[in-house]
Design a protein around this ligand. Structure first.
Ligand SMILES: [Zn+2]
Length: 57
């Protein structure tokens, strides 16, 4: 069991944000839910804003 939202979100460019991995290069620790990412976090590949990401089934 996990105590955080582990839903993955995909960017239009194909990048998938996985909360289990986080985004270490940009200061996001593993275990950070997508909804808890900083408002100014951008896709590390293409720079898209969070609003363009879609939930991965
Ligand atoms: Zn992207």
């Amino acid at each position: 069991m996990t105590d955080y939202n582990d839903a993955k979100y995909e960017c239009p460019c194909g990048y998938v944000y996985d909360p289990a991995e986080g985004d270490y290069e940009h200061g996001v620790m593993p275990g950070t839910a997508f909804g808890d990412l900083p408002a100014d976090w951008l896709c590390p590949l293409c720079g898209s804003e969070k609003q363009y990401f879609e939930l991965v089934d």
